[in-house]
Design a binder for this molecule. Structure first.
Ligand code: HEC
Ligand code: HEC
Length: 354
């Protein structure tokens, strides 16, 4: 069943892939000996994010703002300076080095959530950092990663296979690929038992502001956009969204602070029309993603997720960077979405209650 669905998706995609090929050339590093139904994974276990980075596809140019990377040469914070997140136990003082420890990142508010599975909290050195390092204990993550709260175990397992098999290769993917080459389906089921059940009110993470001008911002550490200190504003053109940290404390991994999406005027109404099927061109998003876009069956939650993540996925699907089983049923939808539709529908989804 799983294999059949996969083969059908690959066959249906063949022409699109041929066109997209030059945009995402991935050197076949390894040819698997065992015959597989699809192309062998271009990756081998043990590869690190650093090895994988040069093999990734370039960002989709018209929407490149949604693939944030930290600018080179940022001043590094003193690794020995200590911090306590606002609202946390004052006895909990951590150095910047501890806050960035891949196998023991901070959990400032342990009483606010169910006990974390071992893998989510500590990962498994050397190839698997703790899931909460990037996705945070509420599963919502920063714009350069993804919100995984509320996703089903089956969907998460499918995506791990997709990362492992070379079906998701954008510039934000290397860390996930390194992990996916190491983790079993059982590992993912164990962590999903936690992230799937993050309560809905804790999945709320994005404040959407529809506006012609936004506060001025800059991209800083971790590829996160922060507010500038001054009171200047900048225009929000129709082809741009600013996804900005609500506080500099996101750098401390304080999960009490989420993000604001400054979206262009008119984008929410236009995005709603796209979601209804773009004037009858295609099925509505809700027909698969469920009532209020809260996820249904194999189609994940879209409501309340960050616009940058959603834009990246739709742009990757359009350019052939997210493909095969990871494109799945979206193959009939994507040809109907212009770049403007992608931006508008992502803004609209971000504005919905999770
Ligand atoms: C070093 C940072 C980092 C860590 C640690 C990390 N992730 Fe991720 N994860 C990411 C990024 C970045 C993406 C988004 C990639 C993209 O843009 O396509 C992502 C995406 C995902 C997705 C896909 C979400 C979707 O809706 O398709 C899943 C599932 C996931 N991560 C699960 C995990 C699990 C489980 C762990 C712990 C074992 C983990 N991640 C640890 C950075 C990380
Ligand atoms: C025919 C059913 C169907 C329809 C209609 C549909 N989707 Fe999907 N969508 C899916 C499935 C299934 C997936 C998961 C694909 C996979 O397995 O990787 C998905 C994945 C996605 C993703 C990636 C999510 C993630 O977590 O990475 C986005 C974004 C998305 N869809 C947006 C939309 C939007 C916007 C619309 C309406 C314009 C829409 N979809 C309509 C079935 C559908």
């Amino acid at each position: 069943m799983r294999v059949r669905k996969f083969v059908i998706a690959v066959l249906a995609l063949a022409p699109a892939l041929a066109i997209a090929a030059p945009a995402h050339k991935i050197a076949p590093v390894h040819k698997a000996a065992a015959p597989k139904p699809a192309e062998p994974s271009p990756f081998t276990p043990g590869m690190t994010a650093r090895d994988l980075t040069p093999l990734m596809a370039k960002p989709y140019a018209p929407l490149a703002f949604a693939y944030p990377v930290a600018p080179a040469g940022l001043p590094r914070p003193d690794p020995t300076a200590t911090f306590t997140a606002t609202g946390a136990d004052p006895a909990m003082k951590l150095t910047m080095r501890q806050i960035g420890d891949p196998n023991n990142p901070p959990d400032w508010f342990p009483k606010e959530h169910a006990p974390l599975p071992e893998l989510a909290k500590h990962g498994r050195a050397p190839h698997v950092p703790a899931c909460i390092l990037c996705h945070l204990p509420n599963g919502n993550g920063h714009p350069e990663s993804a919100s995984i709260s509320g996703l089903t175990a089956n969907y998460m397992i499918e995506q791990m296979h997709a990362f492992r098999d070379g079906e998701r290769t954008n510039i934000r993917a290397p860390a996930m690929i390194e992990m996916a080459l190491e983790l079993s389906d059982k590992d993912i089921r164990d962590v999903a038992a936690y992230f799937t059940h993050v309560p809905r009110q804790q999945q709320k993470w994005i404040r959407v502001v529809e506006t012609s001008r936004a506060p001025a911002t800059h991209v800083g550490a971790g590829g996160v956009r922060f507010f500038d200190k001054g009171g200047e504003t900048v225009p929000v053109p129709p082809d741009m969204i600013y996804e900005v940290a609500e506080s500099e404390e996101v750098e401390l991994r304080n999960f009490h602070f989420g993000f604001a999406d400054y979206v262009p005027v008119g984008s929410l109404a236009k995005g709603r029309i796209v979601s209804l099927g773009n004037h009858g061109q295609m099925r509505s998003c809700a027909s698969c993603h469920g009532e209020d876009f809260r996820g249904h069956d194999d189609a994940p939650r879209l409501a309340g997720r960050g616009a940058y993540y959603l834009i990246r996925q739709l742009a990757d699907m359009k350019s052939g960077v997210r493909k095969g089983a990871a494109l799945g049923k979206m193959k009939d939808i994507i040809p109907h979405l212009s770049d403007a539709d992608i931006l508008n529908v992502s803004a609209f989804m971000a504005s919905r209650a999770p």
